[in-house]
Design a protein around this ligand. Structure first.
Ligand code: 6R9
Length: 643
């Protein structure tokens, strides 16, 4: 029997009671256009849309509010000036708690966004241009995003932990001619050489941009290249900078995310539908009320940071906290100290962080006041019930509802989530579908799995929603292939799921070759390509395996070029190599040198077997008779056991 934790009584000002959810959900499915056009009224449009969704999944062609016009920065910032100009838009908590915090009112944010937008214009950025943002978690990161949307430029934020190689790949893929970066970032007391990484990226063959805007943050002395690099202060100006009038379907941003094959895909979101989705999900999922401090601990380099650090909170006139640091610096109480210091009402983080902090013990939590907390949220991976319990009971003192939000870079915002005062909670379940979301389970052949009882299968979404990604930048065929070809006519999420008899959804994890390491998506193919670039590596096969803190760890099987031997030194070298190629988040957890990889006679690597061996689960290897060399399996098992 699974746990049920009843939702707290709905406050009088809640956006959604249990009864309202049923009515609204039904309407969102039966009359989607009317429902979403009504939701769209929470935004200012220079031309109000009359059209709702116009879409097909076979072939995929998606538009929402296509006849509407608006500017996202106007909606996130300018619109609030008359009524909330003095309200706080952003609070900033630095990496080092002894250095000053900062806050910006909507009026101050507006001035800053105008300055940055003017700087971009002076640099030569025009509507439709792609701008790469490689920034630490400081206010200027969000300002850079807003400045782009103000002038109609398309931002491509690259996580500050990615390597020069990864930056270069993303700059080239979307033909971005401009970069916004900072001298350095700070994380856990260490400087992150952002500007130097951009320099190194631009030194790689085939990478060229027209201008780099550099924001001073630590004050480090960084070399500036004449004609290319510009200090922010030299280009910024307070001149009037009107918001560019955009069509709802004009591109807003590109964000690279890992898939099961090839290089990361540049997922493209457009303006109107994304804005409505970000605004509505933020409002309902967190039941946000004016004046509350909202803190999403994700980096703006991930979609969670896009939608719930920057756009969702500001579209609701909310106050969003930006934290530059890490959970365990200077000590394991850092998150809770930040919550106490800024009187955070809503805290949104990843299960991996909760597990890591839970391991350190409740004694790090309890000294810090958490009376400001009203609601807790999780995102990025399934949460194990034990961690859920600790989060709810210890962090939330048993009084705060926990929302477990399932969604993806491609979905723009929440898709399946508990609503805090409408749904009872089941620890480990993401709850019920958000408005307009119609989840569907299919079996391996694509046949829908139906029934009133518990059902399980591949998680698809049957119909479009406003926040859905429209394409993969520059490669619509890849968009079709990745999301709409496995099960034609449906959007395939890549996740497996179970729906229980109460209509609650339980995400069981990826069913493709994507692994989820500390809530970050990683294509096994990306790690493999990085490994085989090393001169001593002949072949590599990478799989995920259970990891106590990270959820999944990265397990690499490696065969070496003739004349080389596996050793601890080589293992350390390969770890370093992958960090350099992709970034620290891709650091292999386990390297397994082998004389061969299990392949079918047609040469296909049997990953199923590699996954089982990595999991130390030898009973369930299944049929190994189709292997070209069946004896290899015993040697692999032996290798695993000797570790
Ligand atoms: C928002 C984000 C998406 C993948 C997704 C799934 C996993 C995210 C989850 C979850 C279980 C949750 N995922 N939230 N699994 N429960 N609440 O994380 O986007 O980086 O694109 O990752 O993350 O596997 O398919 P993204």
């Amino acid at each position: 029997m699974r746990d049920i934790v009843p939702h707290p009584a709905p406050p009088s000002d809640t956006h959604c009671t249990p009864e309202q959810y049923d009515v609204m959900y039904r309407r969102s499915i039966e009359q989607p256009d009317a429902f979403w056009l009504e939701q769209a009224e929470c935004l200012d449009w220079s031309r109000k849309p009359a059209k709702g969704g116009e879409w097909s999944f076979d072939p995929p062609q998606i538009a929402w509010f296509a006849d509407g016009r608006l500017n996202l920065c106007h909606n996130a910032v300018d619109r609030h000036l008359p009524s909330r100009g003095d309200a706080k838009a952003f609070l900033f908590e630095p990496d080092d708690p002894s250095t000053p915090t900062r806050s910006l009112t909507y009026r101050e944010l507006h001035a800053e966004v105008v300055r940055m937008a003017n700087a971009l214009k002076t640099l030569g950025v025009r509507k439709g241009d792609r701008v790469t943002i490689y920034m630490p978690m400081i206010v200027e990161g969000a300002v850079a995003m807003l400045a782009c949307s103000r002038i109609g430029a398309v931002h491509s934020v690259v996580f500050g932990g990615f390597s020069p190689e990864s930056i270069a790949g993303r700059i080239m893929d979307c033909e971005s001619r401009f970069v916004i970066t900072a001298d350095e970032g700070l994380r856990g007391g260490k400087a992150v050489p952002l500007k130097a990484n951009v320099d190194a990226a631009l030194d790689l063959p085939g990478v060229a941009v027209d201008g780099v805007l550099v924001i001073p943050h630590t004050g480090a002395d960084v070399p500036m290249r004449a004609g290319l690099d510009h200090w922010y202060a030299d280009l910024a100006s307070d001149a009037d900078c009107p918001c560019e009038d955009m069509a709802a379907e004009d591109p807003l941003f590109i964000l690279y995310t890992s898939g099961s094959t090839g290089k990361p895909k540049g997922v493209l979101h457009t303006t109107g539908g994304y804005a409505v989705w970000a605004a509505a999900t933020f409002r309902y999922t967190f039941d946000y009320q004016p004046g509350e401090v909202f803190w999403c601990s994700a980096d703006i380099g991930w979609v969670t940071g896009h939608t719930y650090v920057t756009y969702g909170p500001l579209l609701n006139g909310g106050t969003s906290l930006i934290f530059e640091g890490v959970p365990n610096y200077p000590d394991h109480g850092r998150f809770w100290q930040v919550i106490a210091r800024h009187e955070v009402a809503i805290f949104y983080t990843a299960p991996t962080a909760i597990r890591a902090l839970m391991r350190e013990g409740s004694r790090w939590v309890t000294p810090h006041a958490r009376s400001s907390l009203r609601l807790l949220g999780t995102v990025g991976e399934p949460i194990n019930p034990e961690a859920w319990r600790w989060y709810h009971d210890v962090v939330g003192e048993g009084r705060c509802p926990v929302v477990d939000t399932w969604w993806q870079t491609e979905t723009g915002g929440h898709m399946i989530t508990t609503l805090p005062y409408a749904h009872d909670m089941k620890p480990g379940s993401a709850g019920r579908p958000f408005f307009g979301v119609e989840p569907l389970l299919v079996d391996a052949e694509g046949t829908p799995v139906t029934g009133d009882g518990e059902i399980e299968g591949n998680l698809c979404i049957a119909r479009s929603w406003p926040g859905q990604a429209r394409t993969v930048h520059g490669d619509h065929a890849r968009f079709t292939e990745a999301y709409f070809s496995t099960f034609p006519g449906k959007y395939f999420t890549g996740d497996g799921a179970r729906r229980d008899a109460d209509g609650y959804w339980w995400i069981t994890g990826r069913v493709d070759d994507v692994i989820n390491v500390s809530g970050h998506r990683m294509g096994t193919a990306e790690v493999e390509s990085a490994l085989v670039l090393h001169p001593k590596v002949a072949e590599a096969a990478v799989v995920g395996y259970p990891h106590d803190i990270k959820g999944q760890g990265i397990y690499c099987y490696i065969t070496l070029m003739e004349g080389n031997e596996g050793s601890d030194d080589l293992a350390a070298e390969l770890r370093q190599w992958v960090r350099k190629e992709i970034g620290p988040i891709a650091t292999p957890d386990h390297l397994h040198f082998t004389d061969g990889l299990p392949k079918t006679r047609s040469g296909k690597i049997m990953r199923r077997i590699l996954r089982k061996i990595a999991e130390n689960d030898y009973g369930a290897l299944g049929d190994t008779s189709t292997l070209a060399d069946p004896t290899l399996v015993d040697r692999l098992i032996e290798g695993r056991q000797n570790d």
